[in-house]
Design a protein around this ligand. Structure first.
Ligand code: ADP
Ligand code: MG
Length: 203
């Protein structure tokens, strides 16, 4: 009797500009070269490029479906699950906690689940479901960016200016990568709402 293919959870994490989307796109493209069937999802917040693709800051893209939450992801994925080998998710930090049991369910069904997302907010706090996903993953890839002050490896996302907005994906000029020495968290109590999903009008 042939053993079923074991599932696998991979997490790609790090600050903004660390190459998470690039790495996710690279893995999904390689899976397709291996004739595996890929389905990719992103939350409704990613305003860069088209709603039907994910994109990196280096302009690489991969087709993706936009979904509003983990339940919608499940509803979109499950009818075609028998035709899917690899499930990619970008900006996974913006999904609700239900993404965690969904990942476990998928891995038990033999799927390869690749999640890319920010590990910390611009206040250096753990971001949404990413810490839990890192804990249950088979493999975690923690990338660093380049500090925009000194050029050393950067693990933080520095918010520039006084915007109260959540880390808005693709908001060029609002955020940059910083090392520990040059990171200055904005320690303001008003910031406690930064983990909430803003309402964004579809484009
Ligand atoms: P992430 O998804 O982690 O935000 P991307 O994959 O979208 O990252 O983009 C990574 C690319 O961003 C790099 O290959 C590089 O071209 C570009 N880039 C811009 N600023 C930086 C930086 N400070 N450090 C590293 N890469 C940067
Ligand atoms: Mg990205």
């Amino acid at each position: 009797m042939t053993k079923p293919t074991p599932g696998r959870i991979e997490v790609i994490t790090g600050p903004m500009f660390s190459g998470k989307s690039e790495e996710l796109i690279r893995r999904l493209k390689r899976a397709r070269i291996a004739r595996q069937r890929v389905a990719c999802y992103k939350p409704d917040i990613d305003l860069r490029y088209h709603r039907s693709s994910i994109a990196s800051h280096s302009s690489q893209t991969h087709e993706a479906h936009t979904v509003t939450n983990a339940e919608r992801l499940r509803e979109a994925l499950f009818p075609q699950l028998h035709e899917v080998d690899v499930i990619g998710v970008d900006e996974a930090q913006f999904f609700d906690e239900a993404i965690i049991p969904l990942s476990v369910e998928l891995v038990h069904l033999g799927k390869r689940v690749v999640m890319a997302g920010l590990d910390t907010t611009f206040n250096a706090e753990p971001f949404g479901p990413i810490p839990a996903l890192m804990a249950i993953a088979d493999e975690v890839t923690k990338l660093s960016a380049v500090c925009m002050v000194c050029g050393q490896p950067a693990i933080h996302t520095q918010r520039l200016g006084q915007s109260q907005e959540l880390v808005v994906v693709g908001a060029a000029g609002l955020y940059e990568a910083r090392c520990r020495s040059h990171f200055q968290p904005y320690l303001d109590e008003h910031n406690s709402e930064q983990l909430e999903l803003p309402t964004i009008q579809p484009i």
